[in-house]
Structure formats: structure tokens, C-alpha cells
Ligand binder design. Structure first.
Ligand code: XUL
Ligand code: CO
Length: 433
């Protein structure tokens, strides 16, 4: 009996539909500007949370009873069958995976690789008759105990080697499945205590590993976008890829700012003390905005709770920044989000994605309207309009003494002007009401 038996493919039924398993706002073929909603949003389901996660927390283990839980190849294939059943129900265009989500754990690198290759072939065959493509692949270099002190930044060179070898197999797997991107989240690339940590050495190792990833990908036919996913803490006390600004500095240091972009997760932005839109706007301004993991955190717990998005204001402001930057190219909207551990039923998994897709779709619509209206943009342009004057522009290639002479000669005495924050906030409120 298929796991999602009795659940029909989800249809768009419009905002008034009383059907709890219908889309109210996500209408894949509806056009906004020149693109359909499907093309704008590029939704992806995450294999790890939706199919591998067991519902545990620090106080208790598995709450979910999935028929595909088990450590062998038959279970891994059953998991893939269930995944593609959910994809057919949701109709989203993409999925994402880590190696360990799709393959059973082997006793050695060779066994891991053989298991991965067999599962890549199995999934590749399923993709031939499905419409679901691969948004990105990644390596889980943080769950196994060998990675407890990091992967690329490990003090033990054998762990560095095992990590490099595993990265190679994951890039190969992503390329074979036609993945449009490859993501590196620095799972345990960070430290617990400075008392046992050599910061300079670990940074050098991480930089060298990323250079090797880029070199290998480019030489071996993976032409997708490579991305780093920033996060400030958890699992380690201090993660090296703290936020977008930190990652940009790291990329510049190793000459990779033209090669590697960022996959920004909403919850990670919040953990770093930023808003999601701050991280998106900063990445866009630096030319490294790649993709998003659209999962929020709980604002009270201060932990990475990976919940499906529910706030229209948040999704509107996020897609406003994404649209303003020109929209996604190879990136998309991945739900790196998990159910609450009491949500046991197959229907819960479907409903969670429907809710996430709908609030993103509505946010996209409102963001598109806000951008088309142009009032916000016009206010920003007006605020900086003084810089259009030739004498203002000339200052940026001038020097302090010449500027001082001009200030004296023209008796420049700036008059403060309102930043109009409340008026602009009211404008946004009109769109998200
Ligand atoms: C962890 C996290 C990861 C990455 C992929 O917080 O977000 O799931 O998205 O490794
Ligand atoms: Co993530």
C-alpha cells in the first residue's frame, strides 16, 4: 500500500477553497511579469527532513513510523519511491538531497560510494518518468562521528582526506542527476572551544577544500552553481560561515567570489541576528545571491527549529529582495523544513508543503505588486538623488582637501531630511493586509 494512498495530486482551487489539501495561492502556470509562478519560485522538497528525519529531539527518539526506515538498500529504494509519490502529489519542480539521505551507510568509503552510485541510478530512472528535477545536491559531512571535529577544518588530515573523497562522489552524483547547483553547508566547520583550536590553520584548510571543489567541478563537467550556506552556530558553538558578510570575506580571500554564491536560509539569518531580507539584500548587493532555504525559526526558542514559513510579511519582504535582484537564475526556494514531531500522518507532510508553497506564492504576488507599483523604489532613489549631481559624483574620485575647499567656497551646510520609515512601513502593510 503506497504511503500516500488516498491523497490526490494537489490542485489550485483559489483563495476561497475550503479544501485543506488544495492550493489557494500557488497557481503554477499563472504569470507574474514575464514568468509563471512555478518559474519564479522554483520550489524544492528536502529529502532529509521530509523522508529521513525521524521526529527525535534531545529528550526523546523517533516518533515517526515510516515504512522506509531501515539501513539497507531495499529501504533506501522504498524511501525514494515514497519521495517521488510525494513529488507527484505536490507537483513541485525540484528536490534536494545529501548523500546520506538517499543511501544506506556503508562500512567504508568504497561501500558508501557503491551505495550512493546504486541509489543515484535508481533515482535517475525514477526521474525519467517524473517532472521533478534536482535543484541541488550536497554532502553530509557532519552526522557521522568521524566528523565530530569538522570535515575540511578537522585537525586530523585523514578526516580531511575522507571529506575530500566524499565531496568528489557527491559532486559526481549531483552532476549525474542533472543538478542545477551544488551546496556546501559547513556542518561542523567551526569550533567548540578556542582552547584546542588553531583558527588560522582551519581557515586555510577550509579555503583549500573549497578551491578543490570548484576545480574538480569545473574540470569534470559539473557546470551548475556552487554555493555556501551560511549559519552562525549549531551544531558548533561558532560556525566559520557565520553570515553572508563573513562568507563574502572568506570567498574574497581565496579568490572565489566570482565562482561561489550563497544559499541563504531564513532561520540561519535569524540565528545570526539578522532579518532574512537583510541577508538577501546584502548578498544581492555583493553579486552572490544564489538560492534560499525557506524555513523559519521559532522566535522564542532561539534555536534552529526548521519550520515551514507562515508569515506573509516575511515572505513578501524576502521575494521583494529576490525580485529586485532579478529573480532566481539557477537557485530556487527549498523547504529545508521539518514537521513538528507530533505531526505523524502522511497528510501532515502534504499539508506542511501546501502551506509553505501558498504563503511563498502569496508573498511573491505581493512583492511583485510592490515592485510594479514602484513607490518604494522611487523613495529610495529620491533619497540618494543628490548623488546624481556631477559635483557630488566627482567627490568619489577627489580628495579631502579639495572637498574641504568646495565646502568652504559654496558654504555647504546640509539640511537634515526625513527618512520616512513609518510611511514606507505603512506602504508595505497595505500590501500584506
Ligand atoms: C542545517 C541546514 C542543512 C543544509 C544542507 O541547518 O540548513 O540542512 O541546508 O546541509
Ligand atoms: Co539549510
Amino acid at each position: 500500500m503506497p504511503y500516500f494512498a488516498g491523497i490526490d495530486p494537489v490542485a489550485y482551487e483559489g483563495p476561497e477553497s475550503p479544501n485543506s489539501l488544495a492550493f489557494r495561492h500557488y497557481n503554477p502556470s499563472e504569470k507574474l511579469g514575464g514568468k509563471t509562478m512555478e518559474e519564479h519560485l522554483r520550489f524544492a522538497v528536502a529529502w532529509w527532513h521530509s523522508f529521513a528525519w525521524e521526529g527525535g529531539d534531545p529528550f526523546g527518539g523517533r516518533t515517526f513510523e515510516r515504512p522506509w526506515f531501515g539501513g539497507d538498500m531495499a529501504h533506501a529504494k522504498a524511501k525514494a519511491d515514497a519521495a517521488f509519490d510525494l513529488f507527484a502529489i505536490l507537483g513541485q519542480p525540484y528536490f534536494c538531497f545529501h548523500d546520506v539521505d538517499i543511501r544506506p551507510e556503508g562500512a567504508s568509503f568504497a561501500e558508501n560510494t557503491a551505495n550512493l552510485e546504486e541509489m543515484v541510478d535508481y533515482i535517475g530512472t525514477k526521474m525519467e518518468s517524473a517532472r521533478t528535477k534536482l535543484l541541488w545536491g550536497t554532502a553530509n559531512l557532519f552526522s557521522h562521528r568521524r566528523y565530530m571535529s569538522g570535515a575540511a577544518t578537522n585537525p586530523d588530515p585523514d578526516v580531511f582526506a575522507f571529506s575530500a573523497a566524499t565531496l568528489k562522489t557527491c559532486i559526481d552524483a549531483t552532476a549525474k542527476l542533472g543538478g542545477e547547483n551544488y551546496v556546501l553547508w559547513g556542518g561542523r566547520e567551526g569550533y567548540e572551544t578556542l582552547l584546542n583550536t588553531d583558527l588560522a590553520r582551519e581557515r586555510e584548510q577550509a579555503g583549500r577544500m573549497l578551491c578543490m571543489v570548484v576545480e574538480y567541478a569545473r574540470k569534470n563537467g559539473f557546470n551548475g552553481q556552487i554555493m555556501i550556506e551560511p549559519k552562525p552556530q549549531e551544531p558548533t558553538k561558532h560556525q566559520y560561515d557565520y553570515d553572508v558578510a563573513t562568507v563574502y570575506g572568506f570567498l574574497k580571500d581565496f579568490g572565489l567570489e566570482g565562482e561561489v554564491k550563497v544559499n541563504i536560509e531564513q532561520g540561519h539569518a535569524i540565528l545570526a541576528g539578522h532579518s532574512f531580507e537583510h541577508e538577501l539584500a546584502l548578498a544581492a548587493s555583493l553579486g552572490i545571491l544564489g538560492s534560499v532555504d525557506m524555513n523559519r525559526n521559532d522566535y522564542q526558542s532561539g534555536w534552529d527549529t526548521d519550520q515551514f514559513p507562515v508569515s506573509l510579511r516575511e515572505t513578501t519582504l524576502a521575494y521583494y529582495e529576490i525580485l529586485k535582484a532579478g529573480g532566481f537564475t539557477s537557485g530556487g526556494t527549498n523547504f529545508d523544513a521539518k514537521l513538528r514531531r507530533q505531526s505523524l500522518d502522511p497528510e501532515d507532510l502534504v499539508a506542511a508543503h501546501i502551506g509553505g508553497m501558498d504563503i511563498c506564492a502569496l508573498g511573491l504576488k505581493r512583492a511583485h505588486a510592490m515592485l510594479s507599483d514602484g513607490t518604494l523604489q522611487a523613495a529610495v532613489e529620491a533619497r540618494y538623488s543628490g548623488w546624481n549631481a556631477p559635483e557630488a559624483k566627482a567627490m568619489l574620485t577627489s580628495d579631502l582637501a579639495s572637498i574641504a575647499a568646495r565646502v568652504e567656497k559654496e558654504a555647504i551646510n546640509p539640511a537634515p531630511r526625513s527618512g520616512q520609515q513609518e510611511k514606507l512601513e505603512n506602504l508595505v502593510s497595505r500590501y500584506v493586509a
